[in-house]
Design a protein around this ligand. Structure first.
Ligand code: EPU
Length: 350
């Protein structure tokens, strides 16, 4: 199935609801339609812009090329009875739906990544992560097509280890940007895995849910699903629902600094939350923005979320310039106070 729309409105297709249009919006289902769409772009000489759930985008202009959206296709559960399941997930599959389906079958791997908006195909691009887990923990391969001007698209399957997945980063955002279109992922999921409950709040809530269930002798819900439901509850408490209050999740990355810099900051601000990682120390950007007094701060029709200062929300009818001005003001303030540079997380299309 393929559908084509000229000068399509992208406002409802980006979770910040920024007004923008696409020269062509093409939606496909299945490999044949996907290749037909690429052929259309090549003959019309249009750059291809793959769009997932639009939840990590700041659209500051119209897109002159072909915006390509892959529609969800069913999963193949034929290997699901095994202890270790290699699941192929088409790029258009909704991420949270995938988390619910895998965890309901008792499979561990995606449970900490519940309620992340967007489609599966976008997950490796920024290596989505939350509550001590990242998609790189269970990603095996990424399928897709290389695009080169004047050449036929070339199918390829990339090993996850070659994609350089790191904190909110990968080669898809770097040297492969605009060159590779993801069509499916292969994930390795396990029936018998150690739950990742390193976040104290998550561990406590999961334990009390399990206790309650045992006490009430309720039917057995797989532990992976209990964790996914608990992560969902926590996210709903902290983060605004993009369907009600448009946003793109964390607007900034948590900055990575050297151990020495983190120690200096800790001496001055003992309450600053820090997390040791293999690449350095991660600082809680939300805490720093909060300390600068930005929670609830408004610029035009955009504001810093009341419950999580890392999230910028759009109250409707705003201009992208207001959003970018708000982001700059926050960056300048954090830099001045803490000497730390914040990096924007969602991709800016300017
Ligand atoms: N904090 C504040 N004030 C705030 C926000 C946070 O004091 O306004 C403090 C919190 O109390 C906590 C610390 O900062 O001590 C960290 O906050 P939180 O646990 O909410 O997580 P985060 O570091 O702000 C990251 C991810 C989130 C992910 C959570 C949970 C990034 C950029 N963000 O946020 O991911 O859900 O951890 O693991 O790494 C996203 O990427 O869109 C996203 C929501």
């Amino acid at each position: 199935m393929i559908s084509k729309q000229e000068w399509a409105d992208l406002t409802p297709l980006n979770s910040l609801n920024l007004p923008a249009r696409a020269r062509w919006l093409v939606k496909t289902s299945g490999r044949k339609a996907f290749l037909e769409a690429l052929d259309f772009a090549a003959t019309q000489n249009l750059p291809v812009f793959p769009l997932g759930g639009g939840s990590n985008l700041v659209l500051a202009r119209d897109l002159e090329g072909m915006v390509l959206q892959q529609l969800p296709e069913p999963l193949d559960w034929s290997g699901a009875a095994n202890q270790t399941v290699t699941l192929r997930v088409p790029a258009g599959y909704n991420w949270h739906q995938l988390v619910l389906e895998t965890t309901s079958r008792g499979l561990f791997g995606l449970e900490n990544l519940a309620l992340i908006p967007g489609q599966a195909g976008a997950a490796p691009i920024q290596n989505i992560g939350a509550y001590g887990a990242e998609v790189s923990d269970c990603l095996e391969t990424v399928e897709g097509y290389w695009l080169e001007p004047g050449k036929e698209p070339r199918a390829d399957t990339l090993a996850a280890k070659d994609c350089e997945l790191a904190y909110r980063n990968s080669r898809f955002k770097q040297d492969w940007k605009g060159r590779f279109i993801i069509t499916a992922l292969q994930l390795c999921l396990q029936k018998n895995a150690q739950p990742r409950l390193g976040y104290a709040d998550l561990a406590e809530r999961v334990a009390s849910k399990q206790e309650l269930r045992n006490h009430q002798q309720q039917a057995c819900i797989p532990l992976a699903r209990i964790i996914a439901d608990t992560v969902t509850d926590i996210r709903r408490e902290k983060l605004p629902d993009p369907a009600r209050l448009p946003n793109a999740g964390s607007f900034f990355k948590n900055p990575l600094v050297t151990k020495q810099k983190a120690e200096e900051l800790k001496q001055r601000w003992p309450d600053l939350p820090v997390y040791a990682t293999k690449d350095g120390v991660k600082l809680a950007a939300g805490w720093m923005i909060d300390q600068c007094g930005f929670k609830g701060y408004q610029k035009g029709r955009f504001a810093v979320h009341e419950r999580q200062a890392l999230v910028l929300v759009h109250q409707g009818g705003g201009q992208v310039t207001e959003l970018l001005a708000l982001a700059e003001e926050i960056k300048a303030s954090v830099e001045q106070r803490f000497g730390v540079e914040l990096e924007q997380e969602p991709e800016l299309i300017a």
